[in-house]
Design a protein around this ligand. Sequence first.
Ligand SMILES: [Zn+2]
Ligand SMILES: [Zn+2]
Length: 493
Amino acid sequence: MLTLRNIKVWNTDEVIDLVVPSAHAGLFAEDGAATDGDVDATGLTLAPGFADPHVHYRDPGQTYKESMVSGCAAAASGGYTNVLVMPNTVPAMDGEPVRAGEPGASEVLDAGYGTVIDYLQHYGEAHDVALPVRYDLCVCASKGRAGREATEFARWRRYMPGVDDETKDAAQLAHPVTAISDDGSAVTPATLDDVFALAKESGLPLIEHCEHHDAGAVNEGSVSRRLGVPGIPEDTELRVVERDIAKARETGVHVHFQHVSTAISFDAIRRAKAEGLPVTCETAPHYLALSDEALLEYGTLAKMNPPLRSEADREATVAAIADGTVDMLATDHAPHTLEEKERGFLEAPNGIIGLECAYGVAHRVLVDGGHISDARLIELMSVAPERLMGHEATDVAALVEAFSEPAPNEAHGGEPDGPGTGAESRNRLLDLSRVDDPDAVDLVVLATDAAWTVDPERFHSKARNTPFGGWDVTGRPLATIIGSGLAFSRLHA
Ligand SMILES: [Zn+2]
Ligand SMILES: [Zn+2]
């Protein structure tokens, strides 16, 4: 049992005492961190757990980069309690039966499962491991993510929440398919109509990698010319955004745009929202913190897709957060080995990892920069992405109202005598063992003002590909709580 004294509720500012009755089966803690007893949490904030609608865990098929185990550990240590796993696994997560002999097939077939989705839903059983975060799965838009033919609804309909639930085991119920995407590539013109029809029929959001280019490796501009690397024009993003806005208008399908990076795309999305169209979007911390100038300092650790854009686009991204055009933050956590990243601008794979420093980097840029409040950043990282996946973030204030015990001074008519600890506390007490549905309570404990330096060597991810190593940031997750159980701690008593 862990008791956090004097912790502040993120959106009411009420200071409470919180009892976390037990450990999650996947609990892990950093060296010397508290997992039970009393912790003085004065100055810390209790918020709904973060959710990341965009992670790549490379499992099955490329587990030398990341695995479900290391990816989920990275998420828990970054304050996340739920993630949406993108479908560019090997084989791809398209609902089709895995064929013996195709790359990555043995990991799925040897474990006794017929599809990648079956395998990932039962990952804990297959590997006898308890993963310390929740995860949903995102099914491919096209078969094999090849862009030639849309996936078949009949192959994956049963994985959706609410479909034949009475026949499902606990793992199937816990890890449903809640979105459609070909992330890594935009939906192709050849499959566009069929994919929108799939989204319409299923009712799931289409999560679009809204960017397509046939040539180029970094943003087109003075930096690409200086490096002598072929550039990617800014309208490679806008063309897909505009195309899909038109399809959203025509079909009513909810389109969620991933990792939006340019001023002109934000303008288009702003207009679509003003029109009342069902579109949402995310951006990632690197588009807030870095421009293409970062290529000069960090080399391929700043190579991603879409590419880091101009300083004006970076400023437009911050502005789109501040004015509400951006609905949520995602990391696009994309693990690669440093050997792969050392192949030069043309050959190195795109992407960086993000789960373990996203909050600190975003907090430094957005909250320290005076653009949004602490509470708004928490909404962008928890409430909004949970909603995209069809879930409701934990309502901490409602739990306090419904289930906390009155403060001792209220109960006994005593006079308040300033903040106390232990038996003298005059805070209301929320004991998570007493709530109606403890399994549904997912929380993060944040030190919103903590200054710390990003050290990739201490990441729980297998990967180290980040440009943020050595960055001084503020804001750090100290513990995650899943289903009322402590799943991760770097709290100190
Ligand atoms: Zn993408
Ligand atoms: Zn991605």
